[in-house]
Structures are given as structure tokens and as C-alpha cells.
Design a protein around this ligand. Structure first.
Ligand code: NAD
Length: 250
């Protein structure tokens, strides 16, 4: 780890166009469960039964019962890992954070340029009339009034503005992510199993374009063999340590 941290700090401080790609792992230390860690949501639920657009449309009641696992998202606070990434941006060392997360914690930590590949939990949308409402409207119906599934005034189903399996990713976010990665000279992946497409196309794309790849994750990922440095550990510990080392060099 020591040698890896030293090398990672050197690469980061000499980079000019570094970009981060984050996943659910950066938010587990804020109390939000990820999908694929042991004990994560995937070990308890079948994704095809829960997180797909067709399952939502088929059985919205079940969707909302399982979604109650995610209520911690609304009270969660950013952790040291989120703050470290915001600090790297503030220092001029990180151009942007591309995230698969929907929890808004990068912005809460101070990151300015955040590309949300899988939508967000700030808003919800009526699947019948298309009205977009703040998520608080949905949360109030769900939690205070026990309205499952929550419905719009027009009677249509309300769906959080998060991307479920089977839905297309927001085109603009995807375009921005591909552009950032095609130009970056270093991609810092943090807290992602790199099992979800198309986010997991980004690291090979960066490597093919000649960028350095740094991976900070508790468990192995399919891209470890292609990384310049792999740091195995918690993002809430490793990322602040990386920032500390970068400051020592600069
Ligand atoms: P994932 O669950 O597939 O993988 C998470 C990875 O993070 C695992 O490899 C795990 O070992 C690692 N990890 C967990 N805690 C860590 C920590 N503290 N430090 C370092 N590593 C840690 O997550 P993914 O790759 O983001 O893909 C899953 C999908 O889940 C994404 O589409 C994402 O949108 C969605 N999701 C988002 C949230 C959220 O917004 N917080 C939470 C759960 C799932």
C-alpha cells in the first residue's frame, strides 16, 4: 500500500486532465448500502425483480417496498472520500467526477463538476403526464402518507429520476462522460465493482487512449490488471491519504 500510495500521488500530481469515476462504494461509509459487497443489496434481492424498468411497471408496490432500503439516502452526509475528491478539484487536480451514484453526496461535499450517469434522487417524474416534481413530494406521499405506490395528481405512477436497468442513460451525461474520459490523462476509479455497463466501458477507453488508471476499491475489479496502481482499502481512508501525499509533493 505504501509504495502504491506514493506512486499514485506522483501520477496524480503530474497529471493535467485527471477525472474520477465513482460508484456505490464511495457512499457505503455514509451508510448507504452498495449492490455487490458481501451483504449488499444484491445478496438479498434479485436485481431482475427490483431494479428494472419492467419490474417497476409490473409491480410498483413491490418496487417501493424494496426501495425503502434506500431511505438512508435522504439523510446521508458526505464522508471523507467524497471530501477528498472535492478537495482535488479545488486544488485544480481533478477536472470532474463522473458518478454512477444517485445520492448527490459528491455535490454535498463540494464537488462542482459532477456528471451523473444514472440520474439522481432530487426529482421524480410522472410516467403518465411527464410532470417533474421535487423528490420531497414523492417522499412525503411514501413515508408520511404511506401511499404505495405514490401517484401524481393525474393518477399516473411517480418514479424517482434514477435510471433503472432497461432504461437508457441520460444522453447528455453520457456524452460528457465519454468526452471527459477520451481527453483525460488519468482516470481515478473509486468504489466501483466495474460490473455495470456502460460505466465500465470508461476505464478501458481511458487506458486505450493512453491515460493512467488508478483504482481504489475494497475488492478486486476486472480492470485491476490494466491499472497503473491499485489501492485496496476504504475510499474514506485511502482518498484523504492520497490527497495528503499529493500536497507533500506539490
Ligand atoms: P457495486 O455495488 O457494484 O460495487 C461497489 C464496489 O465498491 C464493490 O466492489 C465494493 O468492494 C466496493 N466498496 C464498498 N464499500 C467500499 C469502501 N468504503 N471503499 C472502497 N470500496 C468499497 O457499485 P457500482 O459499481 O456503483 O455499480 C452498482 C450500481 O448501483 C450503480 O449503477 C449505482 O448507480 C447503483 N447504486 C448507487 C448507490 C448510491 O447512489 N449511493 C447505492 C447503491 C447502488
Amino acid at each position: 500500500m505504501e509504495e502504491g500510495l506514493r506512486r499514485a500521488a506522483e501520477l496524480l500530481s503530474s497529471s493535467r486532465q485527471a477525472v474520477a469515476l465513482t460508484g456505490a462504494g464511495v457512499s457505503t461509509e455514509s451508510g448507504i448500502p452498495d449492490f455487490r459487497s458481501p451483504g449488499g443489496l444484491w445478496s438479498r434481492y434479485d436485481p431482475s425483480e427490483f431494479a428494472t424498468l419492467s419490474s417497476f411497471l409490473r409491480d410498483p408496490v413491490r418496487f417501493y417496498q424494496l426501495a425503502s432500503e434506500f431511505l438512508s439516502v435522504f439523510t446521508a452526509e458526505p464522508n471523507e472520500g467524497h471530501r477528498a475528491l472535492a478537495e482535488l478539484e479545488e486544488m485544480g487536480l481533478l477536472k470532474a467526477v463522473i458518478t454512477q451514484n444517485v445520492d448527490g453526496l459528491h455535490q454535498a461535499a463540494g464537488s462542482k463538476r459532477v456528471v451523473e450517469l444514472h440520474g439522481n434522487l432530487r426529482e421524480c417524474r410522472c410516467l403518465s403526464c411527464g410532470t417533474v416534481l421535487p423528490i420531497e413530494v414523492l417522499a412525503e406521499k411514501l413515508v408520511q402518507r404511506g401511499e404505495i405506490p405514490p401517484r401524481c395528481g393525474c393518477g399516473g405512477l411517480l418514479k424517482p429520476n434514477v435510471i433503472l436497468f432497461g432504461e437508457s442513460l441520460p444522453a447528455e451525461a453520457l456524452r460528457e462522460a465519454f468526452e471527459l474520459v477520451s481527453r483525460c490523462d488519468l482516470l481515478l476509479v473509486a468504489g466501483s465493482s466495474l460490473m455495470v455497463s456502460p460505466a465500465n466501458f470508461l476505464p478501458p477507453m481511458a487506458v486505450e487512449a493512453g491515460a493512467e488508471l488508478l483504482i481504489v476499491n475494497e475488492e478486486p475489479t476486472p480492470m485491476d490488471a490494466f491499472a497503473s496502481v491499485v489501492l485496496r482499502g476504504k475510499t474514506g481512508k485511502v482518498l484523504p491519504e492520497l490527497v495528503r501525499r499529493v500536497k507533500e509533493i506539490r
